[in-house]
Design a binder for this molecule. Structure first.
Ligand code: UGA
Length: 453
């Protein structure tokens, strides 16, 4: 919304939320999320044509276009628990929109939702709006930005996708939204489809992206068993223009609030229409991701002479990727839990994640899947410590596990780190970002994902 406000000065954008603290933060100097470049965009537009408010009824009532960007987490109980998307917030938002609308509106699905959500939402809107003559046109406009590069992605998107009904009013609504993006996105990059294609494209894009990571991660296991180097393999296949070089970095596993949730959602949709083979195919992407995290933990344990009990292990990076403080579904949660379950004393350093978040993530019970993951062990507070200094985190540690690809990890003085550690000193590079030859020269025993020893 900040980007729309920045690029379209004549459009009034009001972001509303019932959470007062959050709106206050958006109106303050310290925004509630860390995202490179976002501060500048918000500051340029805020107070001009970008506003943040808790007065939902007033602003939704006045709007011509309403973007709904509420949470759609995975259901934790009831039918579809563990897979289906929980649409409670979406339905709640639709009821609010219906009750305060005195004029016709375009309703834009920004949240990632299951296919055919628009249908359900339309029913809620139509049956709850008391004002005669008010029409709602629902569009699906999924977001493809990635965290950490949001501003870049929004400034020059590969495409903007708008799905709408193939009726005169549906087409008019699609055109209205397209003209907003056309302020800065070339017309040929604005793709218009039917509603269901747009909804399904979002889930499919994430499933395909995650599948690339699980595919390359599966090969990383084979590389370790054979002496091949996964980075060489990735480069060799990535130069095939049909495959392409992006999203082939082997890692300790993918995380984030989107991939797992969206794939599970896709799996659930397939199951609900009776396509079990299709559901199993996509579910395997998640199973491979869990396997990769578990494999990492097992490698740490076996490399360190099959015992990590009472050993201090420094964890560099807790966020699910660099340049964000977001920890949702971060592989660090399962890895830390796995290490702690084997008795290790884990000391976490992350440049952006708040201490309270780390404690919360490691303390709460993980969703229990029907497949093997490092199970949630009862966590004692002594098993975790948090340091704000990477040198201090590594002091007296037996090993360092790199779990997020923060650039600063590459720049440390590893001789100094080595000197302060217990010997033999291990590094497990779960992101393949460090200079392994140099570390070995210093004296470290280095393990990396899919790389020869
Ligand atoms: C993802 C998609 O990339 C966006 O296009 C989409 O809009 C977004 O989900 C969403 O649905 O909202 P995001 O989760 O922010 O974006 O981050 P990604 O850059 O996709 O990274 C996801 C995870 O995969 C991270 O843990 C990352 O470290 C990992 N990853 C990524 C790898 O392990 N290897 C790679 O080669 C690339």
């Amino acid at each position: 919304m900040a980007m729309i406000a920045l690029k379209c000065p004549e459009i009034q954008v009001v972001v509303v939320d019932i959470n007062e603290a959050r709106i206050a933060a958006w109106n303050s100097d310290k925004l509630p999320i860390y995202e490179p470049g976002l501060d500048e965009v918000v500051k340029a537009a805020r107070g001009r044509n970008l506003f943040f408010s808790t007065d939902v009824t007033k602003h939704v009532g006045e709007a011509d276009i309403v973007f709904v960007s509420v949470n759609t987490p995975t259901k934790t109980q009831g039918v579809g628990a563990g897979k289906a998307a929980d649409l409670t917030y979406w339905e709640g938002a639709a009821r609010v929109i219906a009750s305060c609308s005195t004029s016709s509106k375009i309703i834009v699905e920004k949240s990632t939702v299951p296919v055919k959500t628009a249908d359900a939402i339309e029913k809620v809107l139509r049956r709850n709006c008391k004002h005669p003559g008010v029409q709602f046109e629902i569009l699906s406009n999924p977001e493809f930005l990635a965290e950490g590069t949001a501003i870049e992605d929004l400034t020059a998107p590969d495409r903007v996708l708008i799905g709408g009904k193939d009726t005169p009013s549906g087409r008019a609504a699609v055109d209205a939204l397209a003209s907003v993006y056309a302020h800065w996105v070339p017309r040929e990059r604005i793709l218009c489809t039917n509603l269901w294609s747009a909804e399904l494209s979002k889930l499919t894009a994430n499933a395909m992206l995650a599948q690339r990571i699980s595919s390359v991660n599966s090969i990383s296991a084979l590389c370790e068993a054979t002496g091949a180097d996964v980075q060489q393999v990735a480069k060799s296949i990535g130069t095939d223009s049909r495959i392409g070089p992006k999203f082939l970095n082997a890692s300790v596993g993918f995380g984030g609030s989107c991939f797992q949730k969206d794939i599970l959602n896709l799996v659930y949709i397939c199951e609900s229409v009776g396509l079990q083979a299709v559901a199993d195919y996509w579910h395997q992407v998640i199973l491979m991701n869990d396997y990769q995290k578990q494999r990492f933990v097992e490698q740490v344990i076996s490399a360190m002479f099959n015992t990590i009990s009472k050993k201090k292990i420094a964890v560099y990076g807790f966020a699910f990727k660099k340049d964000t403080g977001d920890t949702r579904e971060t592989p660090a949660i399962d890895v830390c839990r796995g290490l702690m379950a084997d008795g290790a004393r884990v000391c976490v350093y992350d440049p952006q994640v708040e201490d309270s978040q780390i404690y919360q993530d490691l303390g709460t019970a993980k969703f229990e899947w029907d497949h093997p993951t490092p199970k949630s062990a009862p966590v004692s507070k002594d098993a975790i410590s948090i340091s704000h200094d990477p040198m201090e985190a590594a002091k007296d540690a037996h090993a360092i596990c790199v779990l997020t690809e923060w650039d600063e990890f590459k720049a440390y003085d590893y001789q100094k780190v080595y000197d302060s550690m217990v010997k033999p000193a291990f590094i497990f590079d779960g992101r393949n970002i460090l200079d392994h030859a140099k570390l070995r020269e210093i004296g470290f025993i280095v393990y990396a994902v899919g790389k020869p020893l």
